[in-house]
Design a protein around this ligand. Structure first.
Ligand code: PHE
Length: 345
């Protein structure tokens, strides 16, 4: 046994390993289940009791030395691999997946609304968020000091002169700009952010998103409006969706209406989302007031049109049955990640 220990010690002293693989082979050769050092430890069990003390110590030293030597070989192999530029990592290991972000639910729904109208032949128009009074109110038949301006509490950027700057309260301002610059026929949707000086609650926010639409041509009638909205509602909420229109008031449309869709959750029977009515309000609409056409240089005796406008968050709330608008603005990852795979609602 003594010779065996000495031989192994001598061998270990000269041992070299160029790579991790060789170092591992050395470990198996000496310390593996059938390794040489392991075999000596087994033999030790059956040697004469009076030799146990001496050999026990020697064997322990041998084992420690072997372990240290193998560690040393592994470290040296690593260092030489790095020095030679060879990758130390195991390139066959599977990679760690990056946590990918996803689109915001409001963006998803806004895009769906826009895509539906694009299919119907509408263009997309955009305009400034900081607007002037003329494009947000005046050209849309809100006379100065008209009480209808109070329907939309406004954030003013500058006050005191004839045409103050303000944050647009609706994207109807983009429709005015489109009528000013494009020839009839006009068919546009105007997606964008709008601002209203309202207290933040589960149902209202001071910033939200709209998609408004405008269609002007010869002989456009209320029947066309109704058909366009019905087709939109069926694309958005499913083929069985019904709509109903209730008379309403907007300064820029006459006649005006609010549109409800049949509740797609209870199928019209009445549930807590539709508050038992079977209907959900989704947008305002109407025939463009002749004064509005005139203000933008379009002859109302030749042309007519319809307009509509909806809140994107509201549509998203209805589609996903989210009962608090504030979720859309708080950027809580637990909420947002629910929509990671939502391309279709
Ligand atoms: N501009 C209106 C709003 O913001 C919506 C609307 C647009 C209503 C077009 C009728 C026609 O509330």
């Amino acid at each position: 046994m003594k010779e065996a220990i000495e031989r192994i010690m001598a061998e270990l002293a000269d041992l070299k390993a160029a790579t991790q693989k060789e170092a591992e082979e050395a470990r198996v050769r000496f310390l593996g289940k059938k390794g040489e050092v392991t075999a000596l430890m087994e033999q030790f069990r059956s040697i004469a009791p009076e030799l146990k003390r001496e050999y026990g110590q020697k064997l322990n030293e041998l084992k420690k030395y072997t372990q240290a030597k193998i560690e040393e070989l592994k470290a040296a192999a690593d260092a030489s691999a790095v020095a030679s530029g060879a990758p130390k990592e195991d390139l066959s290991m599977p990679g760690d997946a990056f946590p990918l972000g996803s689109r915001h639910p409001v963006s998803i729904v806004r895009q769906q609304i826009v895509d539906i109208f694009r299919k119907f032949g509408y263009d997309v128009a955009e305009g400034p968020e900081i607007e002037d009074d003329y494009h947000v109110f005046e050209a849309l038949n809100f006379p100065p000091n008209h009480p209808a301006r109070e329907m939309q509490d406004t954030f003013f950027v500058s006050t005191g002169h004839v045409n103050p700057l303000l944050l647009r309260t609706h994207t109807s301002s983009v429709q005015v700009r489109t009528m000013e610059t494009q020839d009839v026929p006009i068919r546009v949707v105007c997606p964008g952010r709008v601002f209203r000086n309202e207290a933040i609650s589960a149902r209202a926010h001071c910033i939200f998103h709209q998609v408004e639409g405008l269609y002007i041509d010869k002989d456009v009638t209320f029947a066309d409006l109704k058909q366009a909205i019905l087709l939109f509602a069926r694309e958005m909420f499913g083929p069985d969706t019904q709509i109903r229109m209730r008379p309403s008031y907007f300064p820029f449309t006459e006649p005006s209406a609010e549109v409800d869709v049949s509740c797609n959750i209870c199928k019209g029977k009445g549930c807590n989302i539709c508050k038992g009515t079977g209907w959900l309000e989704i947008m305002g609409c109407g025939m463009v007031d002749p004064n509005v056409l005139k203000a933008s240089g379009i002859d109302p005796s030749k042309y007519s049109g319809f307009a509509f406008g909806m809140g994107v968050e509201r549509i998203a709330m209805l589609k996903w049955q989210v009962n608090d608008l504030r979720h859309y603005f708080e950027n809580d990852m637990r909420f947002l990640s629910e929509f990671a795979t939502a391309t279709e609602v």
